[in-house]
Design a protein around this ligand. Sequence first.
Ligand SMILES: C[S@@+](CC[C@H](N)C(=O)[O-])C[C@H]1O[C@@H](n2cnc3c(N)ncnc32)[C@H](O)[C@@H]1O
Length: 131
Amino acid sequence: MRVAACFGAGMDIVEPCAFPLTDKKIRAAAMDYGAAISPTRHASWTAYQNSAEAARGRLVLFTTAGAGEIWDFDFSADDRLLFGRESAGVPENVHESADERLRIPIREGMRSLNVTVTAAIALAEASRQLR
Ligand SMILES: C[S@@+](CC[C@H](N)C(=O)[O-])C[C@H]1O[C@@H](n2cnc3c(N)ncnc32)[C@H](O)[C@@H]1O
């Protein structure tokens, strides 16, 4: 939430979320950034896909199994950036729903970045391109 707030991005949370998020926990996690961002919650992937939030732009999934490197990708202002669970990434059907699948290259032998770091790198690169 802090990363999204700092980069001026909106935020959606699609259940099942890896973090046990109650409204109270969301407020606590947001600290004083809560005024700057108010995540929209979706009960399931299907609910998200049928929502107004999902009606525009490309769905750009960040995944260690990404076909393309983030550094070669041209971001658009209405792209929706999608990140997976800390434990297991995204399920196969979500992976297949994405319009684009991007990888942040990391050192060989390293499994993955954590989701917040991934989001920060992705939003920083998108902001750099669209500034
Ligand atoms: C800790 S990772 C999930 C690890 C999980 N075992 C997997 O293989 O997908 C959490 C999320 O961060 C993002 N992520 C982590 N490292 C990444 C990388 N190098 N490139 C693209 N996305 C990455 C993905 O969205 C991933 O679902």
